[in-house]
Design a protein around this ligand. Structure first.
Ligand code: ASP
Ligand code: MG
Length: 823
């Protein structure tokens, strides 16, 4: 890692820069060295460095003053940690000072056993971690040839406590800073964060996580030109990364956006930090000391509206209070009274929304305040409640507030619609909605159990392209494998050229599954799948649809009934389904109906172009004929690539069984060729087409002529293959007869408008298109009201893993095309 200079470095500007390092940036000796390297790399004439306690130290100190337990164990641990830090950094001379300080704390704690804790004594102990950090960092910098002064903030920073926290005595603090600074010659100053003094000199702190605020105050006192807050995240993120895997650092935020995000609970920076910076137009940069090569997020006065929403936050632990009744109708000031009553009770309201019917007001408070808030409102509206014009004050516990923040939403129509559409896709019910008059944020109240899902969906709606599609492939037979290779080859091209972001999140065969992360399929995916975990279809589906990606699709490349059974649930859950399999579409009628209903209800789509004619556009063509209002007269054709190949080659010169053996060896047939010869495969395809045309056909209604005589049908596969020549005599007779009529034999499928469906061996005229097929060609002739004299014909290779996979791939692209939203 190289610690690069600040991107906005201007060597001619002599004003100091302020750098604040949080506890995570100062967790151990390695972290301290990293910090020293960062400071050196800045090449700034003047630096003010504000430090937090090492990670975990303040927690330990706070615990010391909060319990009556023997402090020895904690103090020993703290002493050991400081010792080993000093040793590892080679700054042993500071040890004497540190140990004396820890000894003094032990004495103090012992004294409080008699006297009890005072605020000052407590604050003194809480703030020692900052002093130790400052001491060690200053020693390290000096040792590294970077002279610096060391300042205990309590020498200059005077505050008083008021709502909502510490208020700076600016004139006194400024005077004390100026005096101190004049007496110091070093260009670098290391200052303790978090701690301050009261007017009477008693120690105090700025509250937990207060060193951001310290840094902003010292930046103001020092007349700094910029403040950098160094932590362990690469900037302000679009959402909490623990909840949203896709959260990403924002390049820039306005002060107001940062305030709004902080207000709504995003752990951006301490909210009070903003005020001193905003008043002075001081830019704040949020960076990671672990990724100093990244510029991080800049917070300044600039208002950049290119994105309507920049960040999302979630405020948990909320209860909603509903004031409902006709008594509010047209009565001015009801909302003010709600606010007034809650304010008087000292309860802060994080959101309020009033229906324009004025029948109800809903406000959100912290769960721990809910009972008091209810009481306050019952008191304030006692008269109306007694008179019956207000029914009461309802409570809805276990709520959360999701806020979308961005200056760009002002005057940008459709932001709320986009938010609500995203939330609806995630099946989250919205309890209340409010938009600030500033139009800088929209807030939704949702149930606590839905909160994370809502946040992820909102994040996907605003911060990811709606062309982001998570993919899970089940079934790694020939078609599944070909599809995965096609996807892998196309992934980056589709992203770069078409903005289509296909993320392959899971693959599975009949026994195992592999769950991936960022969606790139590793080249060694086959090996990973063999080492994968046992297939758990539900877990796989959940992984494919984690909620933080806008859309998810399961691709079923199995021929399994069990997978087909899952379609309806997936579709209901908003997962799209694409399949080349005929099981679900051409199988049981009741199940097919359930699946269709599930698809029709939800927002999810079911696509199966490759189930008939592999990659040929058969389903699509039929659907468009019907949708544009044409009427079907008949469908006729050769729907099996295998049977097409067999009869295209069967001219009597070679026995039929020999051709069958050859086709089997070449992989043109199903593993058991009787699945082809029996006509069932073709019958299924005919059922799919019939249903597509609006004829709810059942497989049993298709009249199928099997080429496998009964005595061969029940044999084990190997025994059948050994006796395949028993097919030859009967077929030779059929061929002979066809020849006498100057025709050829083809295995044809036929459907008419009344739903009569047949599959069987037919003699066709030499002028018929089926007589001119080659290889594994399929042929589908649609006769309709519009295409009556000449049928609409779809013809071409209709079998094989590559073309079938391409048919599936085309469905993925069609799906993505439909998901594209208007900008
Ligand atoms: N060390 C203090 C705390 O943990 C202050 C800070 O880190 O901002 O709360
Ligand atoms: Mg097709």
């Amino acid at each position: 890692m190289s610690a690069v200079e600040d991107p906005d470095h201007d060597p001619s500007d002599a004003r100091p820069r302020v750098h604040k390092f949080g506890g995570s940036s100062l967790a151990d000796a390695e972290c301290f060295r990293r910090v020293a390297a960062i400071l050196r790399a800045q090449r700034e004439p003047m630096q003010v460095i504000v430090v937090s306690a090492m990670q975990g130290v303040t927690d330990a100190l706070v615990a010391l003053t909060a319990s009556n337990d023997d402090p020895d164990a904690t103090l020993t641990r703290l002493r050991e940690r400081q010792r080993s830090l000093a040793r590892q950094l080679g700054i042993e001379p500071v040890l004497a000072t540190l140990e004396a300080d820890i000894a003094r704390i032990a004495t103090r704690i012992a004294q409080t056993r008699a006297t009890g804790w005072t605020d000052a004594a407590r604050a003194h102990v809480h703030g020692r971690g900052e002093w130790w950090s400052a001491l060690c960092l200053a020693a390290l910098l000096r040792q590294d040839g970077m002279p610096c002064a060391l300042l205990d903030a309590r020498r200059v920073l005077t505050v008083r406590w008021d709502e909502p926290g510490a208020v700076v005595d600016w004139s006194r603090s400024q005077a004390d800073w100026d005096t101190w600074r004049r007496a110091e010659t070093a260009s670098r100053v290391v200052v303790t964060g978090f701690i301050a003094r009261l007017a009477d000199g008693a120690p105090t702190t700025l509250g937990r996580n207060g060193s951001d605020y310290s840094a902003a105050i010292f930046a103001a006192l020092a007349g700094a030109r910029e403040l950098t807050l160094w932590g362990d995240t690469p900037g302000v993120l679009s959402a909490d990364p623990r909840l949203v895997e896709e959260a990403r650092p924002l390049r820039q935020l306005s002060y107001s956006e940062a305030c709004e995000l902080a207000y709504f609970g995003a752990r951006v920076i301490h909210p009070q930090t903003m005020a001193p910076a905003m008043q002075r137009g001081l830019p704040i940069r949020v960076r990671s000391s672990f990724a100093a090569q990244d510029a991080g997020t800049r917070i300044d006065a600039k208002v950049d509206c290119t994105l309507p929403v920049k960040g999302l936050s979630l405020l948990a632990g909320i209860t909603l209070l509903d004031v409902e009744g006709t008594g509010m109708l047209g009565v001015p000031g009801t909302a003010e009274r709600v606010f007034g009553a809650l304010h008087a009770a000292g309860i802060s309201v994080s959101m309020i929304s009033q229906g324009s019917s004025e029948h109800s007001i809903c406000c959100a408070v912290r769960a721990e305040d809910a009972a008091r808030a209810q009481e306050a409102l019952l008191g304030a509206f006692a008269g109306e409640i007694a008179a019956g014009s207000i029914q009461g004050i309802g409570l809805r516990a276990r709520s959360a507030i999701l806020s979308a923040v961005g200056e760009g939403m002002a005057g940008h129509p459709g932001v709320a619609a986009r938010l609500l559409a995203g939330i609806a896709r995630a099946h989250v019910n919205v309890r209340a909605i409010a938009q600030g008059a500033s139009e800088r944020s929209i807030s939704l109240a949702v149930g606590a159990d839905d909160a994370t899902r809502a946040l992820r969906a909102a994040h996907a709606a605003f911060l990811l392209s709606d062309q982001t599609l998570a993919i899970g492939v089940i079934g790694c037979g020939q078609v599944g494998r070909a599809l995965l290779e096609q996807l892998r080859a196309a992934q980056s091209r589709l992203r770069e050229r078409h903005g289509l972001d296909l993320r392959i999140r899971a693959i599975a065969d009949s026994r195992r599954m592999w769950l991936g992360g960022d969606g790139t399929l590793p080249a060694d995916w086959r090996a990973r799948l063999t080492q994968g975990t046992a297939l758990d279809t539900a877990a796989l589906a959940a992984h494919v649809q984690p909620g933080h990606l806008p859309h998810a699709v399961i691709i079923d490349c199995t021929a399994s009934e069990a997978t087909a059974d899952a379609y309806a649930d997936w579709l209901r859950a908003g997962l799209h389904v694409i399949t080349p399999s005929k099981r679900a579409l051409g199988g049981d009628l009741a199940r097919w109906r359930t699946i269709r209903e599930a698809a029709a209800q939800g927002a999810a789509q079911l696509r199966y172009e490759a189930s008939v004619g592999a990659g040929l556009p058969v389903i699509q063509t039929l659907r468009e004929l019907i949708d544009t209002g044409d009427d079907l007269v008949s469908i006729e054709g050769v729907l099996s690539g295998t049977l097409s190949w067999l009869f295209n080659h069967y001219d009597g010169s070679t026995p039929f069984s020999e051709l069958l053996h050859h086709a089997h060896a070449q992989g043109y047939t199903e593993p058991d060729p009787r699945d082809d010869l029996g006509g069932l495969d073709v019958a299924r395809k005919l059922v799919i087409l019939a249903r597509e045309a609006g004829l709810p056909l059942d497989l049993a209604q298709v009249h199928v002529e099997s080429l496998v005589p009964a005595e061969l049908a029940a044999l084990p596969r190997a025994a059948f293959m050994a006796r395949a020549q028993e097919l030859d005599a009967a077929l030779a007779v059929r061929l002979e007869r066809a020849r006498e009529h100057a025709r050829v034999l083809r295995l044809m499928a036929r459907l008419d408008a009344r739903g009569a469906a047949q599959v069987g061996l037919v003699e066709v005229e030499p002028t018929h298109a089926a007589a001119h097929l080659r290889g594994t060609d399929n042929l589908v002739q649609f006769r309709t009201r519009r295409y009556c004299d000449n049928p609409l014909v779809v013809q071409g290779p209709g079998a094989g893993p590559e073309v079938t996979a391409a048919g599936v791939f085309a469905d993925i692209l069609r799906l993505a095309g439909q998901l594209r939203r208007a900008p």
